[in-house]
Design a protein around this ligand. Structure first.
Ligand code: FPP
Ligand code: MG
Length: 334
């Protein structure tokens, strides 16, 4: 039976409720990182940690960790969650410098607040601390998974930079970018959850695959939201991707089937995307050719694959919640 569709934010807060104990401990571990930091870093981390994210990665980790018959120690789970969340945060601090973004989580970005030099170092410190969160973990696989995820994030971001402005970006290159910059960390969170649940190697690999499909779908939906597609507020189109020269999935579908003159027209519009009225023309063309719908179908295809794996996990409240999370993600709005 197809799982029922609820609003993603509602499902996510239900999911967080199910693993509240582990998430509250995670917050303590994170706050201790700030408390134990030297002067000059401590106050800045305090301020950075106040801008809490949605904790999607750690919620998924906790749900998977609890989904088997063996319930892992909560502090062990929390240390791993803190590692994942701090790695995510470090990457966002650096990403905002790279993208030149002014606002994140409703507040000034780190580099706007403290300048680029300090923000780079704060990001470095948070990255180092993310690894220290799992340094004493009894499964030696967990620190390795986290550190490899950092490698993949960096490689994905470098690839994105190298391809910026490339109007001939291929589907394969796009897949590699989002696999690296987004899916790798969600896959790592799922893999760590499965290790903590005590699953065997085959099921650990399956969970990582499930996280990867979810992560890819998540990034495609994010790319659609950047155009305002699927957004609850139609005035929320940001066009930051185009502003940064990033060609994402809707444009790849448009370019795949269009004539050379239509390609030239679209390329010209993209190069003028900062002018009033031009984004609307781009949106109109993407709508008219079904490019947004094809991108959304691609995301749904990945979500179905994630769901298929989730449905094979041991039956539990936690597994049910994972299924609900995946089923509701494609219409998450802003
Ligand atoms: C956000 O994407 C960016 C990422 C998900 C990854 C950024 C990765 C790095 C900067 C390299 C790794 C760095 C460390 C410290 C390991 P986006 O720009 O599409 O989304 P946004 O709208 O949230 O900015
Ligand atoms: Mg960014």
């Amino acid at each position: 039976m197809a799982p029922s569709k609820e609003d993603f934010q509602t499902v996510l807060s239900q999911a967080r409720g199910l693993v509240r104990e582990q998430l509250e401990l995670t917050e303590k571990v994170i706050l201790n990182v700030a408390k134990n930091a030297p002067a000059g870093i401590c106050e800045r981390l305090d301020s950075l940690f106040q801008r809490k994210g949605k904790r999607i990665r750690s919620t998924l980790l906790c749900l998977i960790a609890q989904s088997g018959s063996q319930k892992p120690d909560s502090l062990r789970v929390a240390q791993a969650c803190a590692g994942i969340e701090l790695l995510h945060l470090a990457s966002l601090v650096h990403d905002d410098i790279i993208d030149g973004t002014d606002i994140r989580r409703g507040q000034k970005t780190a580099h706007k607040e403290w300048g680029t030099q300090v923000a780079v170092l704060i990001g470095d410190y948070v990255l180092s601390q993310s690894m220290q969160c799992v340094i004493d973990e009894e499964s030696r696989d967990i620190p390795a998974v986290l550190s490899k995820a950092a490698d993949k994030l960096i490689a994905g971001e470098i690839l994105e930079l190298d391809q910026s402005g490339n109007m001939r970006l291929s589907f394969e290159e796009y897949d590699r970018i989002i696999d690296g910059k987004t899916a790798a960390l969600i896959a790592a969170a799922a893999r760590i959850g499965a290790i903590l649940a005590g699953f065997d190697k085959e099921n650990i690999d399956k969970c990582a695959q499930m996280g990867s499909h979810f992560g890819i779908a998540f990034q495609i939906v994010d790319d659609l939201l950047d155009y305002g597609f699927g957004s609850k507020n139609l005035d929320k189109a940001k066009f930051t991707d185009l502003g940064n020269g990033l060609i994402t999935l809707p444009l790849l579908y448009y370019f795949k089937d269009c004539s050379e003159p239509d390609r030239a027209d679209m390329e010209s519009l993209i190069s003028r995307a900062d002018q009033a009225g031009v984004p609307d023309q781009i949106i109109e063309k993407l709508n008219a050719t079904g490019a947004f719908k094809m991108a959304k179908a691609n995301a749904q295809n990945h979500l179905e694959k994630a769901l298929e794996i989730a449905q094979g996990l041991p039956n539990s409240l936690f597994t049910e919640e994972i299924i609900q999370m995946f089923a509701s993600m494609d219409n998450r709005g802003n």
